[in-house]
Design a protein around this ligand. Structure first.
Ligand SMILES: *[C@@H]1O[C@H](CO)[C@@H](O)[C@H](O)[C@H]1NC(C)=O
Ligand SMILES: *[C@@H]1O[C@H](CO)[C@@H](O)[C@H](O)[C@H]1NC(C)=O
Ligand SMILES: *[C@@H]1O[C@H](CO)[C@@H](O)[C@H](O)[C@H]1NC(C)=O
Ligand SMILES: *[C@@H]1O[C@H](CO)[C@@H](O)[C@H](O)[C@H]1NC(C)=O
Length: 190
């Protein structure tokens, strides 16, 4: 008897990711698109390491950090977190996800440098970074066959955001990630 599997695109799936409802699943494919999930991506996503091959959380109103535990998903081939409000940096641990072929983190609020480990993933064919605030991309990324790094804040690089946009972003309070994967609110000024 196999568990009821996703995909469940374009539905009214109302579940808090953080409650453990999704991460306890033994599905090999999770596809949630255009639905108001909200919530955070919990570190327990790593508990799906034995089964998960595809994780698509596209346009689901998730506002979250990307927990480093995601690096445990060594069978994952497709990671699509696009069109959400993921913030903070891409964890180095994504470089441990040796099966990854497609990464799409486009249209989020991610910043910092793209870790070199990500660009050295042996099977990576398609890396979509468009529409974030990344400020650096290692040269090794240039070898990835399909790559979209437009609309970021990479200095002296074509098709980036305006200087004003990048400076305004830099003046925001830094993102702090909680242990549950959620973004902590900025500390109140005294
Ligand atoms: C989802 O469920 C919560 C309560 O569990 C409710 O407050 C919220 O309105 C629901 N959202 C949608 C889109 O149904
Ligand atoms: C997830 O699984 C664990 C262990 O199998 C169990 O203790 C926990 O209650 C489950 N959580 C949910 C939300 O089903
Ligand atoms: C995101 O989903 C909403 C519905 O929840 C839809 O109205 C909107 O067009 C979608 N945006 C994108 C970029 O697909
Ligand atoms: C690469 O990924 C992007 C975003 O998921 C997609 O739009 C594009 O079609 C992909 N390109 C190829 C060649 O698969």
């Amino acid at each position: 008897m196999s568990p009821p599997a996703s995909p469940l695109p374009d539905n009214r799936f109302n579940v808090s990711l953080s409650s453990g409802g999704i991460t306890n699943s033994t599905a090999s494919v999770i596809v949630l698109a255009n639905t108001a999930l909200a919530g955070c991506l919990p570190p327990t996503i790593g508990d799906m390491a034995d089964t998960l091959v595809e994780l698509v959380l596209l346009n689901t109103s998730i506002s979250s950090c990307i927990p480093p535990e995601i690096g445990k998903l060594k069978k994952l081939k497709v990671l699509d977190l696009s069109h959400n409000e993921f913030a903070g940096e891409l964890p180095d641990a994504i470089g441990d996800m040796e099966s990854l072929e497609v990464i799409n983190v486009g249209y989020n609020m991610l910043s910092g440098a793209v870790p070199e480990s990500v660009c050295l993933l042996p099977n990576l064919k398609n890396l979509t970074l468009v529409g974030n605030y990344f400020c650096d991309e290692p040269v090794s990324c240039l070898h990835i066959p399909r790559r979209d790094d437009r609309m970021n804040c990479i200095p002296d690089w074509p098709h980036q955001r305006s200087h004003e946009q990048c400076v305004a972003f830099d003046h925001r309070p830094p993102v702090h990630c909680a242990t549950d994967g959620c973004i902590l609110p900025p500390p109140k000024r005294l």
